[in-house]
Design a protein around this ligand. Structure first.
Ligand SMILES: CC(=O)N[C@H]1[C@@H](OP(=O)(O)OP(=O)(O)OC[C@H]2O[C@@H](n3ccc(=O)[nH]c3=O)[C@H](O)[C@@H]2O)O[C@H](CO)[C@@H](O)[C@@H]1O
Ligand SMILES: C=C(OP(=O)(O)O)C(=O)O
Length: 420
């Protein structure tokens, strides 16, 4: 198992290229199930979750090819030969549940393992299932699997989501592209990744309006065709490196970073004492003055993203004064807190809120990654800390961040990956 060894105390300076968005690329690959033609995606991040999604789609019968040998351009095509998504893949990556809607819409049936809980929360899929039932699917749960049938195809409906779930919106959006008639998804998620999926589906011949407005209107079509599409830049990777600039008192140009996708994060960074500028090709983040404590609350987009909460907490742990972080999306997303405290942070958790009393400095320690974003919060703490931090269970990080050690080391960080 790989570990990272980080020697903290170095300001980061230079350019970091932000890759394609994990949380968009995964869904765009799944959209390949909706057509018999070939979908070609560029700017695909080279991360473990994408490799898992390739395996899942391949076992459904699709051919997924690395077009130019870099892993960043993938083509998806070919017939679907198997409509079952097995436990061993779904349990590895929750986004696998997104094949349910497309398989059902295209083949009239699907059998998908229930994803179950994960480190950050129980994460049920009831809204995905209720929405598909509203489109006419018959759904039963048996032996840990979702069995879904729609032998006559799906039919458009008005679906009101009780919560603006990203995954439920995406599953229902993809399913309804091939449903008969009009579907309306009310209280749809407004995350930029939904907009990216809508743009790709429309390029494939879907008829969808309303992206970003909270109500998606989908007029079903008989078939979708192939397309070429470039994955949007990863706003969470960008926000994460923005925190690296801020916590080290550095100056980073995050190439391809877009402030428009990071409004709440940029506001919080500025309030905490960082300067953020949108340049033509990059988001530039630097800090020269002191870090100040701020209060943040995670919310669906355009609110502060839960996927940035752990990284921001690392920053606040060395800010002057007290901060409060409230997590409203997932019920168990504070697992980085005990690890940050082992590095000298002073954080107390009360229910869904954490009170952070800023300390002057952190000290390096052996720490353990518990999930993807928590892992990076420990790297950030390690970059700011005195001495050596050894981060184990780096496989969590490899799910969603490409070439972390290379990107950071090029900007002056002392970080190395050690295998075994
Ligand atoms: C692969 C991917 O894109 N993952 C992102 C996606 O996850 P994901 O799509 O799983 O997140 P959701 O927006 O669906 O979940 C938000 C909340 O709704 C609950 N819920 C969701 C569906 C449902 O049927 N029932 C239900 O109760 C969840 O348990 C959670 O508490 O959006 C999250 C919220 O921005 C991000 O943190 C994840 O990084
Ligand atoms: C929680 C995340 O991903 P997933 O939904 O795949 O667990 C994430 O990207 O931070």
């Amino acid at each position: 198992m790989d570990r990272f060894i980080i020697r903290g105390g170095h300001r980061l300076h230079g350019d970091i290229v932000i890759g394609g968005a994990k949380n968009s690329a995964l869904k765009l690959l799944v959209a390949g199930l909706l057509t018999s033609e070939t979908l070609v995606l560029s700017n695909v991040p080279r991360i473990a979750d994408i490799r898992t999604m390739r395996t899942l789609l391949q076992q459904h019968g699709l051919t997924v090819e690395d077009v130019d040998g870099t892993g960043a351009v993938l083509s998806v095509g070919g017939p679907i030969t198997n409509t079952e998504a097995p436990y061993n893949i779904v349990s590895k990556m929750r986004a696998s549940i997104l094949v349910l809607g497309p398989l059902l819409a295209r083949c009239g049936e699907a059998r998908v393992s229930l994803p179950g809980g994960c480190a950050i929360g129980t994460r049920p899929v009831d809204m995905h299932l209720k929405g598909l039932e509203a489109l006419g699917a018959r759904i039963t749960l048996e032996n840990g699997y979702i069995n879904a049938q729609a032998p006559e195809g799906l039919t458009g409906a008005r679906i009101i989501l009780p919560f603006a779930s990203v995954g439920a919106t995406e599953n229902l959006l993809m399913a309804s592209c091939l449903a008969k008639g009009r579907t309306e998804i009310v209280n749809a998620a407004r995350e930029p990744e939904i907009g990216d999926l809508v743009a790709c589906l429309n390029a494939m011949g879907a008829r969808i309006t309303g992206a970003g407005s909270g109500t998606l209107v989908i007029d079903g079509v008989d078939a979708l065709h192939g397309a070429e599409y470039r994955v949007m830049p990863d706003r969470i990777e960008c926000g994460t490196y923005a925190c690296a600039a801020a916590i080290t008192g550095g100056d980073l140009r995050l190439i391809d970073g877009r402030a428009e996708h990071l409004g709440a994060v940029v506001r919080a960074l500025e309030e905490a004492g960082a300067e953020v500028f949108q340049e033509e090709d990059a988001l530039r983040v630097r800090r020269t003055g002191a870090l100040r404590g701020v209060d943040i609350m995670t919310e669906p987009y355009p609110g502060f993203p839960t996927d940035m909460q752990a990284q921001f907490m690392a920053l606040l742990s060395v800010a002057e004064g007290a901060s409060m972080v409230t997590e409203t999306i997932f019920e168990n997303r504070f697992m980085h807190v005990p690890e940050l405290n082992r590095m000298g942070a002073r954080i107390n958790v009360h229910g869904s809120s954490a009170i952070i009393r800023g300390v002057h400095s952190l000290s390096g320690a052996p720490v353990m990654a518990t999930d993807l974003r928590a892992s990076f919060s420990l790297i950030l703490a390690g970059l700011a800390a005195h001495g050596e931090t050894i981060l184990s269970r780096v496989y969590h990080l490899d799910r969603g961040y490409e070439a972390v050690e290379r990107k950071l080391a090029r900007c002056g960080a002392q970080i190395e990956r050690v295998s075994g």
